[in-house]
Design a protein around this ligand. Structure first.
Ligand code: 5GP
Length: 205
């Protein structure tokens, strides 16, 4: 069976990657979202098991010691990690999985699973990014400054990704991602050997 595609989406806080991912999942029913575990507190309206699995530090560190994460990282003083079993099972069953994770995590995934497709969401400008972080109204002034100053550092990592998408408009950004995923399905990989073998077998009939 052909394996599912592992799609990794990153980008600085405020680029709108959450909105883009939500929109993408609504349109592309053949993509499932991996729900991360985190030690940060839920924001208003966030639901355990839907937005994240909200866990404590001890639980998270136990999972690390038992190799329970495909990747994990400390982001803004809290742990975030991708539960390994769910993702691997889905991929092996031929299902596509989306991870919305930070750059440290994405680089770990790339190392462990090079077939993953890494997408980086960029804001149209830094001014727009700051407006979006402030406009969200969920962070303190200190957190806003922290997220904004780490954004420019994160942007340097776009070099490590397979594709970049500028989020000037959500619909356009989502369309670009769908086009990239479609093209990526037909990328020549080592699986091509199976197709060549099939054609060789057919020659003899
Ligand atoms: P937030 O606290 O705003 O939900 O997320 C903060 C950052 O953590 C975002 O960049 C988000 O993509 C990232 N993040 C969320 N889940 C994971 C995860 O499982 N692993 C890693 N490495 N980063 C994550």
């Amino acid at each position: 069976m052909k394996k599912g595609l592992l799609i990794v989406v990153s980008g600085p806080s405020g680029t709108g990657k959450g909105t883009i991912c939500k929109e993408l999942l609504q349109i592309q029913k053949n993509i499932g979202l991996s729900i991360s575990a985190t030690t940060r507190n839920p924001r208003e309206g966030e639901v355990d098991g839907k937005n994240y699995f909200f866990v404590d530090k001890d639980f998270f560190e136990k999972e690390i010691s038992q190799d329970g994460f495909l990747e994990y990282a400390k982001v803004f003083d809290h742990y975030y990690g991708t539960p390994k079993k769910y993702v691997i099972d889905q991929i092996n069953d031929g299902n596509n999985v989306l991870l919305e994770i930070d750059v440290q995590g994405a680089l770990q995934v790339k190392k462990k699973y090079p077939e993953a497709v890494l997408l980086f969401i960029l804001p149209p400008s830094m001014k727009e990014l700051k407006n979006r972080i402030i406009g969200r109204g969920t962070e303190s002034q200190k957190d806003i400054e922290k997220r904004f100053s780490s954004a420019i550092e994160e942007i340097q990592y776009v070099k490590e990704y397979d594709y970049y998408i500028v989020n000037d408009e959500v619909k356009k950004a989502v369309d670009r991602i769908i086009n990239i995923i479609t093209a990526h399905k037909y990328k020549v990989t080592k699986d091509i050997e199976k197709i060549i073998s099939k054609f060789k077998e057919e020659c003899s009939c």
